[in-house]
Design a protein around this ligand. Structure first.
Ligand SMILES: [Zn+2]
Length: 282
């Protein structure tokens, strides 16, 4: 049977090539968004009218109402982030609220996103999605403020599940709107899940982007949020100690073992075993 051993070797080579191309493409895309972040940061929104000062909130015509809602919600959103993150936040950066996709594509590093925080420079909100009813203004803003909280302290490129999970949890679900907790539980029980590790830094960001279960990023955000919430709820003291250690060390990989004896993937396995058991029992 010469085809037996021969066929798998061929398919391995083909898959290996495909994986290499996808890997390169993924690295390129990550690199592209970094490069775009560099040049879009120079684009000034000052042609747009401001709906408020300190911080300036700019609105493309058509997005004024969203911008006013956001400006009014800002003080409470800052308090919510400070309460969940365990420390004071730097003064919020300028905020741009776009009403259209071309405006968002002009100011955002990733035009397909719903909102983004450009280091400590600004927050850009894709108001076109809010106008379509797909996103909630306040949750979206609160989610971004979680990112800004760390970026303003120079803490960047942490594990994506941690950054996004913390932002989803702290904002009450912002970023995970289209994946319910129930749907996430079913996906986990079916083995479609995130893989939380402590790999971080620019190299990981460029060359080891995370994978979303079934390529569903809402699911990635939701599962990450559930995991972060479980870390908090199982021991708020430990969780706060982790955030304090991250503030001090600037690196989750260093901070984690000072607080938790088990790695996140071991704790995730324990968490998902419980969920799978419950899903089977129901
Ligand atoms: Zn985010």
């Amino acid at each position: 049977m010469p085809r037996g051993p021969y066929t798998p070797r061929l398919s391995f080579r083909r898959n290996g090539l495909k994986a290499a191309i996808l890997f390169c493409l993924a690295a390129l895309l990550q690199g592209c968004s970094l490069m775009r972040a560099g040049y879009v940061s120079f684009r000034s929104p000052e042609d747009f009218p401001k709906v408020s000062e300190a911080p300036p909130v700019y609105a493309e015509p058509g997005a004024e109402e969203i911008a006013r809602t956001l400006a009014a919600a800002l003080p409470q959103a800052v308090r919510q982030i400070e309460a969940t993150h365990g420390g004071p936040m730097a003064a919020p950066p300028p905020i741009i609220v776009c009403a259209t996709a071309p405006c968002y594509g002009h100011y955002a590093a990733i035009p397909a996103s719903a909102a983004e925080t450009l280091k400590d420079i600004r927050i850009t909100i894709n108001g076109a999605l809010i106008l379509k009813g797909e996103r909630d203004t306040v949750q979206l803003l609160t989610h971004e403020l979680s990112h800004y909280y760390w970026y303003a302290q120079g803490i960047l490129f942490q594990p994506r599940w941690f950054e996004e999970g913390l932002a989803v949890w702290a904002s009450g679900g912002g970023g995970a709107e289209k994946a319910s907790v129930e749907a996430a539980g079913q996906a986990i029980a079916a083995g479609k899940m995130i893989h939380p590790t402590l790999d971080s830094g620019l190299w990981t960001y460029l060359f080891h982007p995370p994978e979303a279960p079934d390529n569903n990023w809402y699911q990635f955000y939701r599962q990450s949020g559930m995991f972060v919430q479980s870390l908090h709820d199982s021991s708020p003291d430990r969780f706060n100690a982790l955030l304090a250690a991250l503030r001090q060390t600037g690196d989750l990989q260093t901070a984690w073992p000072t607080v938790y004896p088990d790695s996140p993937d071991v704790m995730w396995a324990r968490f998902t075993a419980d969920i799978s058991r419950q899903a089977t029992a129901n």
